[in-house]
Ligand binder design. Structure first.
Ligand code: NAD
Length: 727
């Protein structure tokens, strides 16, 4: 283990350099923590050592704790977690007290953290235990505690130290939202102490160590009479903060994210007691959080599996397929967005539309986004010129020569798409891969228009392209491995998360989301209060209720999809009750947000107000309303059962893709880790019980798939669980 190295110079300043050789970014492991602890002991015990600089051998300081370690900790149970976390706290506290006399607070050795770049999670909690934090002036560096974003909270003392350093109110955005700052902003916020030119970093750190006085080493919370900035909970100002924060967090998280609750508990209870007790409280809340299946599920999907998919977990083993020049056909809403993300990733773009004005409008979309970026100081004038310089907007198909990937985003019409395919193939080279962005047409049938069906694939983006992180890659019947690898390499280049699915109606994401919308609409038709439907969805962690969602995606699109599906399915079409509502809404001209009128009412500026009052007259509320849980079961099962069926039918081939795709694609209750994560949390047996009861009341669409029934019978789970066998 060489994650840290120890070196003392002639002036007695010890430099501990963090450099995990097997990784491009430092991450902390249990063993590395022990190693660091031993080195701190050595420096504190060596009379020749005057102080310590803790720095990194890489361009960044650290990315955080190795989350695989945290996932593994849970296997040992609550006591093991608590002991492990307390072990870490002892090391951090040892650094903080640095050998000083507990009474006089004298005789400690100064320890300074010198951060060359990014410092996240434990990579900031460790510096927070040091006596001073100096960062290199590096605008690309990110400093902060992003734990909450993967379902945990800073459990390495960061919660307790930052609250005591900044006060609960000022620490809130960093702890509760995982806000990250560049070094200058971090200094302004009080997160770190000093920003210096990168070349001066170590010299300045040494200078500070050699000049530090005893009093420079004592943390405010270790001084007599310490008062928390902004007030502790029973101080009048603190009281307001805590009451407000509690309500705010409850409103934002709808009570479904245990991390936010545990974090608030640790902050509130910790604020009432001395530091060392507060740290124990933090460790208890952290343990309780890690024992909650939601945190395991979130870490698994939002970090471990998301990263695995981005790194090509399901990529066929063929040579590098990095895209150099992409041709985008159709410069409408989707094509324009795809052009932007591609050019932004350094790929040359040929953006084609039928008319030059349309192509130009498509390119202007990038300009608009870049201008917004400049206003927010995220984009420089050079960057803007560079990105726009990469986009050629034209009507001339000959410009596609030399493209190694085509993404087609023309009208959703098989005839138009077939024409475009033939025109493109006439000008591009033999090796070029052709991708369609269709959302509803089967890839295998569109591929019939291609001379090279093995090079024909679906790359399905979500709208708005620049914001949505998921890309669904669809393998048609004839699609070959090179095409899949090309699509995956392209998605990696544009820094999004891919899932690879097989060709079937609506692929994966839309297949699951449509039943969710439909279930909400069905309930409305049945006389369930629309407010109950919408709130039930949000209270179970869905970002939008089904009625709001259909307003956003537009009701006329729903009508179009319903008509096409009905034409394709004939008598087997199951959604007549839904269509009655959809078609009626469309007849009223209430086609959704874009028209300023849908299931919701909108003000003249397009801002959503409340549910539309006209709904009550057409769909009067029944006297007896269902309970919240049964509404939630219907809304969740509508999606989850589709996901299981997609797996059964081999549309999905990897549950990790099913879960990550659900969270990133349509915001499926992230606290649950995704549809399969949720089924594991409640257990297959309970899931079957819910299905049986829903089937009895609402019909066969809730019939438990055979796979789920078999799992229930055998006590299996989708992911390996402590004490259960994985399916
Ligand atoms: P859009 O109508 O905004 O854009 C289509 C563009 O294609 C128009 O600019 C049109 O002029 C151009 N076009 C039409 N025929 C052409 C031809 N022969 N040659 C060159 N250009 C031509 O549509 P959109 O919303 O961007 O959708 C495009 C595709 O993406 C569709 O297949 C759609 O199903 C799919 N899609 C849409 C969404 C969405 O949310 N809108 C999401 C995923 C996928």
């Amino acid at each position: 283990m060489t994650d840290f190295t120890y070196a003392m110079d002639a002036d007695g300043v010890v430099t501990l350099t963090w450099d995990v050789k097997t990784k491009s970014m430092n991450v902390m492991s249990t063993e590395a923590f022990q190693l660091l602890s031993g080195m701190v002991d050595r420096a504190l015990a060596d009379p020749a050592a005057k102080g310590i600089i803790l720095t990194s051998g890489k361009k960044d300081f650290a990315g955080g704790m190795d989350l695989n370690v945290i996932a593994a900790m849970r296997a040992g149970g609550a006591q093991a977690i608590f002991d492990g976390v307390m072990g870490m706290h002892h090391v951090l506290r040892k650094i903080e007290l640095a050998g000083m006399d507990p009474k006089t607070k004298k005789g400690g050795k100064p320890i300074v953290a010198a951060l060359p770049g990014t410092a996240l999670g434990i990579g900031l909690e460790l510096p927070l235990a040091c006596h001073r934090i100096i960062a290199a002036d590096n605008a690309r560096a990110k400093i902060g505690l992003p734990e909450i974003l993967v379902g945990i909270f800073p459990g390495g003392g960061g919660t307790t130290r930052l609250t005591r350093k900044l006060g609960a109110m000022m620490a809130a955005p960093f702890l509760l939202e995982g806000k990250l700052s560049d070094p200058k902003a971090a200094k302004a916020a009080g997160l770190i102490d000093e920003v210096v030119a990168p070349e001066d970093l170590l010299a300045r750190a040494k200078e500070w160590v050699l000049a530090a006085k005893d009093t420079d080493l004592v943390k405010p919370w270790d001084e007599k009479g310490y008062k928390m900035p902004g007030g502790a909970p029973y101080h009048p100002a603190g009281f307001m903060t805590f009451v407000g924060a509690n309500a705010m967090v409850g409103g934002k998280t709808m009570g479904v994210y245990p991390a936010a609750k545990e974090l608030l508990g640790a902050v509130y209870e910790g604020a009432l007691v001395p530091f060392d007790t507060a740290i124990r409280i933090e460790a208890r809340h952290f343990t309780s959080l890690l024992m909650n299946p939601s945190s395991t599920a979130m870490i698994r999907s939002l970090f471990i599996n998301k990263e695995a998919l981005e790194k090509g977990a399901n990529r066929p083993r063929v040579t590098d397929q990095t895209v150099k020049k992409v041709g985008i056909i159709g410069a409408g809403m989707m094509g324009a967005g795809i052009a932007y993300v591609s050019a932004n990733a350094g790929i040359d773009v040929v953006l084609i539309d039928a008319a030059q004005e349309a192509a130009d409008r498509g390119k202007a979309y990038s300009e608009g986004l870049l201008d917004k970026g400049m206003q927010r100081k995220k984009v420089t004038a050079e960057k803007k010129a560079e990105v726009l310089g990469r986009i050629l907007a034209t009507t001339d198909y000959a410009a596609l020569a030399g493209c190694d990937l085509i993404v087609e985003a023309v009208f959703e019409d098989p005839k138009v798409k077939a024409e475009v395919t033939a025109r493109v193939e006439a000008v591009v080279g033999d090796a070029c891969i052709f991708a369609t962005n269709t959302s509803t047409l089967p890839i295998s049938s569109l591929a019939k228009a291609s001379q090279r069906p093995e090079q024909f694939i679906g790359i399905h983006f979500f709208s708005p392209v620049d914001k949505m992180m998921l890309v669904e890659i669809i393998r048609g019947k004839a699609t070959g491995d090179v095409a899949v690898a090309k699509a995956l390499d392209y998605v990696r280049q544009i820094r999004k998360t891919p899932i690879v699915v097989n060709d079937a109606r609506f692929f994966y994401a839309n297949r699951c989301i449509i039943p969710y919308i439909n279930e909400g609409i069905r309930m409305l038709a049945e006389g369930v209060e629309p407010a109950l439907v919408e709130n039930a969805a949000k209270l179970v962690g869905m970002p939008l209720g089904p009625l709001q969602l259909v307003d956003e995606t537009s009701i006329d699109l729903g009508v179009k999809i319903a008509k096409a599906t009905k034409a394709a399915m004939g008598d087997a079409y199951p959604d007549g009750a839904v269509d009655e509502v959809l078609f009626w809404m469309a007849d009223q001209g209430r086609i959704g947000k874009k028209a300023g009128a849908g299931f919701y009412a909108y003000d003249p500026a397009g801002k959503r107000e409340g549910l539309w009052e006209g709904l009550e007259a057409r769909f009067p509320a029944a006297k007896d309303q269902p309970d919240l849980a049964s509404v939630q079961h219907r809304l969740l099962m509508a999606q989850v059962l589709e996901a299981v069926r997609a797996l059964e039918e081999s549309v999905l081939t990897d549950i990790r893709e099913g879960d990550v795709g659900a969270i990133l694609g349509w915001g499926f209750a992230p606290w649950s880790g995704g549809p399969f994560g949720w089924l594991d949390i409640i257990g297959a047996a309970r899931a079957v019980e819910i299905c049986d009861s829903l089937t009895e009341t609402f019909g066969p669409r809730f019939t438990a798939p055979k796979m789920l029934r078999d799992m229930a019978a055998k006590g299996d789970s989708f992911y390996p669980q402590p004490g259960a066998k994985a399916a």
